[in-house]
Design a protein around this ligand. Sequence first.
Ligand SMILES: Cc1cc2nc3c(=O)[nH]c(=O)nc-3n(C[C@H](O)[C@H](O)[C@H](O)COP(=O)(O)O)c2cc1C
Length: 195
Amino acid sequence: MNVNADQVNEWIRNRRSTFPKQFVEGKKVNDSIVEALLENANWAPSHGNIQPWRFVVFTGDGLQKLADFQSSLYKETSGEKFKETTYAGLQTTPLKASHVIAICLKRDPNKKFPEVEEIAAVACAVQNMYLSVAAYDIGGYWTTGGITYNEKARSFFGLGEDDKLMGFFYIGEVAVPSPPKSRQPVEEKVAWIRE
Ligand SMILES: Cc1cc2nc3c(=O)[nH]c(=O)nc-3n(C[C@H](O)[C@H](O)[C@H](O)COP(=O)(O)O)c2cc1C
């Protein structure tokens, strides 16, 4: 492959999550860039090339639609746990983004592979998006907050009983870059067996 390994190392290690409060509010990322992110997501690996990822892209007035849906679902279903600040966040946060992509898993009807492998494949697709936003010098992050795990959210995203909503990928132009982050040394997480 005609890629420079040093550049790839730097790209992977300097990729950062950029959160909506760091975005330039109201500034749109070109749809063609978002299409490229989605195309890259679609090249993720999956067992048997089953490609379980699905995406729903919200932008323009669609962001308000998402905000209305998620805040009213939260109000309807949170019961005693309802918090005004959470409700307000669900109403306003999507509007800070240029695009919000719902990350979905469409389960193979034949259930040929364990669910965990489909989840892993969707995560690979999201990592492709994460690396792509870094390459295009825009901001993005994966959130599993809000209504991600609300059973009643699925149908809004075209998902059935067996499928999963796996969160949202927020995209925006960067106003405030993320500071560098560290990792615990990889040596603490790896065992080598040599003999
Ligand atoms: C599956 C998954 C779910 C995440 N959910 C959230 C979330 O709900 N809220 C949040 O602030 N960040 C979330 N993140 C982003 C992490 O906070 C972030 O990746 C982590 O702090 C490391 O920072 P970095 O991405 O800049 O390296 C999520 C990341 C992953 C992979």
